[in-house]
Design a protein around this ligand. Structure first.
Ligand code: ATP
Ligand SMILES: Nc1ccn([C@@H]2O[C@H](COP(=O)(O)O)[C@@H](O)[C@H]2O)c(=O)n1
Length: 225
């Protein structure tokens, strides 16, 4: 059986993880959070006492990076070796460092192979794969390719709402800084040819899920012919 990619890209805080997970649950598909692998590698580099801005140190860490994650949308567990890093990779120190590992071309090639293997071996008819370059680099021929976006101030407000207790301006600044670094490496702010845009600026969470489900239904139907 070939497993379809449902490719979803977008900037930080656009709802990729939460919406993709809900969509995967609804359709009985797998779910792959590619950002969690970049985050786990950033954690691994920091754990070795290295700096993610040092490309040679990042490549050395990536050569010994036993990351493990599944595709169950209800299980976000990520391990590096025997260490459960599920919560640690969401810490601010990792979010601030992750763009460093993501800009190393050797790292991108290595993790993209992992993503393709995970999907190829998945026990699901399709996997919702979300990240920054899934529609363009990892699976440019996927039957469904979506750019999920929202206005920068809306994304920042949603993220600040999640991180109650943290300074909203600092949260917004960190989100925009990460987008600026990441978009210098891959373009996830503009839809490539054939990629459908879902803009959730004016949509609530259930409406966004419905909008994505509608696109998936239409494009998978068209693909089957
Ligand atoms: N349409 C929406 N309306 C309201 N809130 C939303 C909507 N979409 C997502 N959210 C909320 O916005 C927050 C950010 O969403 P999420 O973490 O899924 O984004 P993301 O794109 O995966 O971010 P990152 O790339 O930084 O991991 C979450 O709290 C989520 O519940
Ligand atoms: N396809 C991807 C996915 C992620 N990244 C990098 O990982 C960081 C964390 O991703 P989140 O989805 O958890 O926010 C992100 O800021 C990018 O640096 C990537 O390059 N390509």
């Amino acid at each position: 059986m070939t497993t379809d990619f449902i490719a979803i890209d977008g900037p930080a805080g656009s709802g990729k993880s939460s919406v993709s997970k809900a969509v995967a649950r609804t359709l009985g598909f797998g779910y792959l959070d590619t950002g969690s692998v970049y985050r786990a590698l950033a954690w691994h580099v920091l754990d070795r006492g290295a700096d993610t801005a040092d490309a040679a140190a990042v490549i050395a860490a990536a050569s010994d990076f036993p990351v493990r994650l599944g595709l169950d949308p209800d299980d976000r567990t990520v391990r590096v070796g025997e260490t459960d890093v599920t919560d640690a990779i969401r810490e601010t120190r990792v979010s601030s460092a992750v763009s460093g590992v993501a800009r190393v071309p050797e790292v991108r090639a290595q993790v993209n192979e992992l993503f393709r293997t995970l999907v190829a071996e998945a026990p699901y008819p399709a996997v919702v794969v979300e990240g920054r370059d899934i529609t363009t680099v990892v699976a440019p021929d996927a039957p469904v390719r979506i750019l999920l976006t929202a206005a920068p101030e809306v994304r920042a407000a949603r993220r600040a709402g999640e991180l109650a207790g943290e300074n909203a301006d600092a949260v917004a600044a960190a989100l925009h800084k990460r987008d600026a670094s990441d978009s210098a490496v891959v373009d996830f702010l503009n839809a490539a040819e054939g990629v459908e845009v879902v803009d959730s600026t004016e949509l609530d969470f259930p409406q966004t899920i419905d909008a994505v489900l509608t696109v998936i239904e239409r494009l998978r139907g068209a693909h089957r012919g």
